[in-house]
Design a protein. Structure first.
Length: 244
């Protein structure tokens, strides 16, 4: 039976509004089959990264173990209470004053800390060395008045094989240029607060197990659907076909 997944969710371990237990209950009560908690890991060697850590908007090597342990605990509770899979993750965040230099990389199914310092390929390969997936986060304009992350998209030909998927939507915006690119895709909300639940999601029809879900992303055995609260599911647009 197919189920909804949100693969880009933030908690108050970085810049989200809800605690991890609150996130689990929020999605579990809505019938989701999977979420990935992906709090920010910012660079240690840049002004913006240091500022994020100072303001408690970033995971650090010191806080990561507490984060990982809580995710394991909440994954067990989510399964027992809601039959919902919780994937451990993070968002490696290379922020710059210039949009064309900024890049965010989701790591899904990861259990060890990775510093956001270093080259893109070092980061993607560190994620894959753990058996995790590297996802290019919001690689084109989100359509919002906010800092953008264009660096990965400008290098997409060079980096195509470094990523297991690219976000085709962030929140309510569908990225047409990414949809038409032929790259492997996922859709997520980039959730920070409850109002952001109404967004594009990824739909799976596989076993509710972490490895089965990660493999479905690798094999692109998934579809996309826009989720809103009333009704719970909106019809899939005719021009957005299943990717298999």
């Amino acid at each position: 039976m197919e189920f909804l997944a949100d693969l880009h969710v933030h908690s108050n371990f970085s810049d989200g509004k809800l605690s991890i237990p609150e996130v689990v209950d929020f999605y579990g009560k809505r019938g989701f089959g999977c979420i990935a908690v992906t709090d920010h890991v910012c660079e240690d060697r840049t002004f913006l990264g240091v500022a994020a850590s100072y303001l408690n908007l970033s995971l650090t090597s010191e806080t990561f173990e507490t984060y990982r342990a809580l995710l394991e605990e909440e994954a067990e509770r989510a399964w027992k209470l809601y039959r919902m899979v919780v994937l451990p993750g993070f968002e490696l965040s290379k922020n710059s004053w210039f949009n064309h230099r900024s890049a965010h990389i989701l790591g899904l199914g990861v259990h060890e800390f990775v510093s956001a310092d270093g080259d893109i390929t070092q980061l993607t390969r560190a994620i894959r060395s753990q058996g995790g997936l590297s996802i290019a986060a919001h690689p084109v304009s989100t359509g919002k008045f906010e800092p953008q992350t264009y660096h990965l998209w400008s290098r997409r030909d060079e980096l195509a094989f470094e990523f297991d998927a690219w976000e085709v939507a962030s929140g309510p915006k569908l990225f047409e240029e990414v949809l038409e690119s032929g790259l492997p895709l996922v859709a997520s909300s980039d959730f920070h607060h409850p109002a952001q639940i109404e967004a594009w999601k990824t739909v799976f029809d596989c076993e509710r197990h972490p490895e089965a879900i990660l493999d479905a992303i690798r094999q692109q055995e998934l579809t996309f659907r826009f989720y809103n609260e009333k009704p719970a599911f909106a019809p899939l647009p005719t021009n957005l076909v299943a990717l298999t």
